[in-house]
Design a binder for this molecule. Structure first.
Ligand code: AMP
Ligand code: MG
Length: 507
């Protein structure tokens, strides 16, 4: 990746209207965990968007962020008072291969804030210039991928999935050189933290057990405070991370999300979805679905995600072994016992979610098989994942609602014979139909960030500087569980010529 032109003008700490009450716990950890450096200023920052609701939840003033001084902060041209900019060290398994040094090659953590809800969050600039971890990269991000992360991470939040958030996007006025020259941008990302499985791996691989212990203590204090009081705090940490990843995988599968690059450096210790690259939502249901152009072996296919999350958790557990017991053998036994909890926790969360999607609010033993049978038929018939489940909300009221769902199946009779079984099962439900319908709507979104819709919005922004489609897509996706009758086209699957077959990380 060739370097893009940058200036090296220093960015002095400045007091001004942008007041951010930073409290930077990571920057208080030893210096070998990160590198201190300021963002590299950009030529001509132009605000694309500030996420006002998120700013307010964080106790920030959206108007101040959108002011020229605020935009300078969001572009990395001005370092606000109280920020302690750092690039974090981490390693990671990428497509199964261990890379001992990755790190924030193009992201700079400005600092942490405690939001109105009392939760601490990182504020990070992604695309803020080269760092000691940049390797051959230019430290920059292109506008398209920045807007893509903005749309998809905000959609995930509205869908109720734990995720990093997008606080702002700023165009830099500088090109980034990829296959062609593209407009550059900086994303302001908000995360519970940027601790990754790969952060632990970086120090474990160097035999720096003290650093692993500091990271584990930091993770416990920040994300798993109950573990501090447990008999074995580090085991409790591992249990907490396993549980959150199991629940996250269930959430992803239940809405048809494919991350695309589930490397250990993209696996959050806090249990959030992080690092949106070639991620995508499935249209027609098929567990083998892969969109990412770089995932040629299909390692990170939709249906493989729980297995891969488990694999990543085994890598995490390996880093904790010296903390789990005095000697290796009992430590491995401890780790194995905790990791064995992943599959049952995933199964329970996934099955409960599938029951909610089917309107089966009082769980029964055969419900999992009933759900799997539907999924098998959907796969055989190319049925759209999102529309099928949304359609079941109406079909649950009676066969009059079947027409829309049947039409999604290549062979509608395949749906009919399943629906007969489903209706018999629904007779055992005590919930009255309107309440069931409302519960099903809350579990089955009408709107997801469909690839063709996202791609069209990005093309308008990047090729024509038209940000109206980007704004409209964000607005539609901010209420994914509501019917929005005037926006039916955002709910529809792509026409054959609109179908997106591959997505790119665009780094
Ligand atoms: P990602 O594929 O975005 O998860 O990134 C994997 C690694 O590559 C991380 O260490 C990133 O910081 C680094 N990286 C990605 N893009 C760039 C870039 N343009 N410049 C420098 N480092 C980068
Ligand atoms: Mg990454």
């Amino acid at each position: 990746m060739p370097a893009s032109p940058t200036t090296d003008t220093p960015s002095p700490r400045q007091a001004g209207a942008v007041r951010i009450a930073f409290d930077n716990s990571y920057a208080r950890l030893p210096e070998r965990l990160y590198a201190r450096l300021d963002p590299t200023p950009v030529a001509a920052p132009l605000l694309v968007r500030v996420n006002a609701a998120l700013a307010e939840a964080l106790g920030l003033d959206p108007a101040a962020l959108a002011s020229p001084e605020g935009v300078a902060v969001l572009a990395g041209n001005r370092v606000p008072e109280g920020a302690e900019p750092i690039a974090l060290a981490y390693a990671g398994h990428q497509f199964g291969q261990f890379v001992p040094q990755l790190g924030d090659g193009r992201a700079i953590l400005l600092g942490e804030v405690v939001g109105r809800d009392g939760a601490r969050r990182d504020i990070q600039l992604k695309g803020a210039g080269r760092t000691p971890f940049s390797r051959g990269g230019d430290g920059r991000a292109a506008l398209g991928p920045v807007l893509r992360e903005y749309i998809v991470s905000e959609a995930m939040a509205a869908l109720g999935v734990p995720t990093t958030r997008a606080l702002a996007a700023v165009a830099t006025g500088q090109p980034v050189l990829r296959e062609t020259a593209l407009p550059g941008a900086v994303l302001t990302r908000v995360a519970a933290s940027h601790l990754r499985v790969g952060t632990f791996q970086y120090f474990a691989a160097r035999g720096d057990i003290e650093a692993v212990r500091l990271l584990a203590d930091h993770a416990i204090a920040r994300h798993y405070p109950a573990a501090a009081a447990a008999e074995h705090p580090y085991r409790a940490l591992l249990e907490g991370v396993v549980t959150r990843q199991a629940e996250l995988m269930a959430r992803w599968l239940l809405i048809g999300f494919i991350h695309g690059v589930m490397n250990t450096d993209n696996t959050s210790i806090a249990g959030e979805t992080i690092d949106y690259g070639p991620c995508a939502f499935m249209d027609a249901y098929d567990p083998a679905t892969v969109f990412s152009a770089i995932d040629q072996g299909g390692r990170y296919a939709y249906g493989s995600q729980p297995r891969i999350a488990h694999w990543n958790l085994v890598r995490f557990a390996e880093t904790l072994l010296p903390l789990l017991a005095e000697t290796e053998e009992p430590a491995v036994e401890e780790a194995k016992a905790v990791l064995a909890g992943f599959a049952p926790q995933f199964d329970a969360a996934y099955c409960a979610g599938l029951q909610r999607k089917l309107g089966l609010l009082t769980g029964q033993a055969g419900d999992g098989a009933l759900g799997q049978d539907l999924l098998t038929r959907m796969a055989e018939n190319g049925a759209d994942f999102t529309l099928t489940f949304r359609g079941l909300c109406d079909a649950a009221a009676g066969p009059a609602g079947d027409a829309a769902v049947r039409a999604l199946f290549a062979d509608p009779a395949s749906y009919d014979s399943w629906a007969e079984r489903w209706r018999r099962r629904l007779l055992d439900e005590q919930t009255d139909p309107p309440a069931r319908c409302a519960a099903m709507r809350a579990a089955n979104p009408a709107f997801i960030p469909r690839n063709h819709i996202v791609q069209a919005a990005l093309a308008a922004a990047v090729e024509r500087q038209d940000f109206a489609p980007f704004e409209e897509v964000l607005d539609v996706l901010s209420r994914p569980y509501e019917d929005q009758p005037d926006r039916a086209r955002y709910a529809a699957p792509p026409a054959p010529e609109e179908r997106v077959l591959q997505t790119f990380c665009g780094t």
